[in-house]
Design a protein around this ligand. Sequence first.
Ligand SMILES: Nc1ncnc2c1ncn2[C@@H]1O[C@H](COP(=O)(O)OP(=O)(O)O)[C@@H](O)[C@H]1O
Ligand SMILES: [Mg+2]
Length: 463
Amino acid sequence: MNIETLLSALAVSPENIPLNLLLAEAYKADLNFDQAKAIYLKVLTLDSNHKDTQLKLIEVLDLQGELSEAVVRIESFCQNFPDFGEAWVLRARLSFKDDEIGKAREYYQIAMALSSKLKDEGLEKEIGYVDEIEEITDPQVGVGAQDWSPEAIGSPTNAPPNSNNEFDFLSEIEYTKEVDVDFDHVGGMSEVKNDIRMKIIHPLNNPDLFEAYGKKPGGGVLLYGPPGCGKTLISKATAGEIHSSFYSVGLHQILDMWLGKSEEKLHQVFELARKQAPSVLFFDEIDALAADRSDLKGSAGRTLINQFLAELDGAHSKNDGLLILGATNAPWHLDSAFLRPGRFDRVVFVPPPDQEARISILDILSQGKPIDNSSFKSLAKKTEGFSGADLEAIIDVATEKTIEEAMKSGKIIPISERILLKARKEVKASTLRWFESAKNYAMYANQSGMYDDIITYMGIKKP
Ligand SMILES: Nc1ncnc2c1ncn2[C@@H]1O[C@H](COP(=O)(O)OP(=O)(O)O)[C@@H](O)[C@H]1O
Ligand SMILES: [Mg+2]
C-alpha cells in the first residue's frame, strides 16, 4: 500500500495500530525516518507496551544516526523483557556498530539460546560468531523455585586451586563493631536521613507499630547518585545511629576473588551479619552484580545473583534486625530483579549537597583545624556541583598551603578565606560528568519513574 492510501485510511481510524505500523514501514522504505519515528512514538502513546514497536523505534533511531540513544533504549528493553529474543539480536547489532564486538557476540548468543529461529547469518559473519554448543541459562533472574540452602548449593566445583581461606576472605570485608560516626557527622542530606529513619530504623525499633499498619519489615534501601556525595558515609552513620555493628562489602573488588566460591561466601556474609544483629550490612558498588557484566553472564554468574536475591528475601534464614543498604553510582546497570518488593525496594537519590549543606559539610570536615569558618558562606556559594569529597579536597589543599606559610613565618596561622578560595580553583566539581550520563538514563530508561529525582534535580522535562 502506498502512503497516500494509508493516510486516507488513517484519516478514518487514526488510532488503528496495524495501519499506523504499515504507514511507518512505508515511510521507512521512503527513507523518511523522521516521519516513521513520529508514528512509532504515536503508537507507543496508544499502547506503551507494544514491544515490536519499541524495537522498531530503536531501529529507526539507529537509522537516524542516534546510536547512543538507541543503545540506552535497547539496554533497558532487554532488562525489562529478558526473554524477548529479537531484542537481543538488535542489541547485538547495535553493540557491533558501537565497536563492542565482544558484547555483540554475547548478546547474539543469548538470542540463539532463546530461539535458534532468530539466526542471522549476515550478523554472525560481521561479529565473527561461531556456533559453539554452549549451555546458557535463562537470562531471567530470580524466578523458579530453587533450593538455595548451603547443602543444595553444595561445594563449588570450580574453585581456583589457591582459593582464599576463611581468614583472607573475611579480611576483605570491613567490619566495625562500634561505629564512631552518626548522622551528626553527615552534613546536609536531611531527606536521605529521614528516608533511612522511616524506612529502616523506625521499623527496626518499633516492629509492632509498623505491623499494626500493615507494614512488613525487611527489604533494603538502595542509595544512588554521583560519587563522593556521602553514600558510603551515611551507610556507616546509620550503624552509628542505632549503635549496631557495620559490615561493608565492596562488591567490585570482592567478586573477582570470590568467583567460583561466591555463593557460599555470600551466604556466610549474611549469616555473620545476622548473628550480630542488629547490624547494618552494606553493599557498596552493587552494580558489580549487574546483568551485563560479562563474567556474570554464564550460569555461574546467574547462580550468584540468584543467591544474592535469595539472601535478600531471607529465604532460608530470617533477616530480622538486619538493615541492608546498597550503594551505586550506576543504578541503571542493576537487574530490575533487585528492586522488587522485599529486596532493594526503596531507592533513594543522594544528590550533591546544596549551598546550606555545603556549609555544614565544611564545618564537619574542618573540625579541629584552625580555620576561619566565617568564610564558609562565600566558599559554599562558589562550589555549586562540588561533592562532599570535593569539599574535602579543597580543605586538604588549603591546609597544605597554610602549613607552608606557617612554616615560613614560624607561627600557627589559621586557614584563611583567601587560601580556601585559592584552593577551590585547584579542585574541579566532580558531579557534573555523572549527571551528563545520568540524564540519558533518566530521560530514556525511566519506565517506572525511578529516576524522577534526577529529572527534578536537573530541572529538565521528560521527553
Ligand atoms: N554529606 C557529607 N558530610 C560530610 N562529609 C561528606 C559528605 N559527603 C561526602 N563527604 C566526604 O567525602 C568522602 C567521600 O564520601 P563517600 O561517602 O565515600 O561518597 P560516595 O559513597 O557517595 O561515593 C567522605 O568520606 C567524607 O569525608
Ligand atoms: Mg562510596
